[in-house]
Design a protein around this ligand. Structure first.
Ligand SMILES: CC(C)(COP(=O)(O)OP(=O)(O)OC[C@H]1O[C@@H](n2cnc3c(N)ncnc32)[C@H](O)[C@@H]1OP(=O)(O)O)[C@@H](O)C(=O)NCCC(=O)NCCS
Length: 288
């Protein structure tokens, strides 16, 4: 299997370390992560326990991710095993969680110019860990485990500095860049391939109840510190400039900036290259 994602190509093969690929199929992303972990181990042997416990000793990509995230969330009251068990229950009931995990990693590597390896979001980026924690909290919220869901929201606030209500709905391919200070309200919706930077608020105005939070459509980018308030829509592929306060819906493909935000750029027709890139991205998202 060969997958291309922007400047990255992942080619599946044997693990090269005698470990069979998970679930009997060639899992290109998992093989790539293991390769990167071996290289990182060789360069930084003093960090061996991190690479071994988090990746090299794990049987599958999901097991590795759940272990790494649980290791960051655990504390004296709620231990590692309880959080890993909850992840396992969620992914068994809803296998899309494993697919979303892969698409989220790919989204970071594709869009973050500072990120060159899959191992970086996987081991270190709190935005990636926060969105996976939210996916678990969301599942628990809808399966009559409200307290566990709220506990994870609270731990994610402590550990990752993100405060996402468990009921908020997220698509796949989500990139929370830096993630510090992100706040997302209960009835917010964030569709596929959205990028949210640090200190973004998807909040209510304080005047409404019920469905009161923003709806961010596919491929939108919300710049650092932007506040989007109310049940308004940020259209597909729209951009909100850093530091803006958005109080009205934003049309698809446009850019807004300022306080309150005003239109600065209208949508341009996509180039042939953009259309081809989108197609490549879609195929990556569904094969890895
Ligand atoms: C919104 C954004 C994508 C616009 O990019 P762009 O289309 O290349 O726009 P330009 O830089 O050409 O600016 C167009 C106009 O918008 C203004 N503008 C751009 N960003 C602005 C902002 N954050 N607030 C207010 N005005 C802004 C520019 O001053 C310019 O105004 P002018 O035409 O009167 O000179 C970009 O400015 C931005 O805010 N990106 C978010 C990045 C971010 O959050 N980085 C944090 C990394 S840690």
């Amino acid at each position: 299997m060969r997958s291309t994602l922007g400047r990255l190509t992942v080619i599946a093969g044997t693990g090269g370390d005698g470990v069979p690929p998970s679930e009997g199929f060639l899992d290109a992303l998992w093989l790539r992560l293991r390769q990167e972990a071996r290289e990182a181990y060789a360069h930084a042997p003093m960090l061996a326990p991190l690479f071994v416990e988090s990746i090299l000793n794990q049987p599958t990509l999901e097991a590795a991710a759940f272990h790494r995230i649980a290791a960051r969330l655990k504390n004296d009251l709620v231990g590692l095993g309880i959080i890993i068990d909850a992840f396992n229950r969620a992914v068994e009931a809803m296998p899309e969680i494993a697919q979303d995990l892969r698409t989220d990693i790919a989204a970071v590597v594709e869009r973050d110019p500072a990120c060159a390896r899959f191992i970086e979001p996987f081991l270190y980026f709190k935005g990636f860990h926060a969105i996976q924690t939210h996916r678990l909290a969301h599942w628990l919220w809808h399966h009559d485990e409200r307290d566990f869901a709220l506990y994870l929201q609270s731990r994610s606030s402590d550990v990752f500095q993100t405060d996402i209500h468990p009921a908020a709905r997220f698509g796949r391919g989500i990139f929370l860049d830096h993630a510090t200070g992100l706040v997302v309200g209960e009835t917010a919706v964030v569709e596929n391939d959205v990028c949210l930077l640090q200190n973004v608020t998807l909040g209510g105005t304080g005047k409404d109840s019920g469905d009161r939070h923003p709806k961010v459509r596919q491929g939108a980018m919300i710049g650092a510190g932007a506040k989007i308030l109310g049940n308004i829509e940020i259209g597909a592929s729209a951009r909100v400039a850093a530091g803006s306060v958005v109080l009205r819906s934003v049309e698809a493909g446009t850019t807004v900036a300022g306080v309150p935000a005003k239109l600065i750029t209208r949508a341009a027709a996509p180039t042939e290259d953009q259309i081809l890139n989108d197609l490549l991205y879609e195929s990556f998202a569904y094969t890895i």
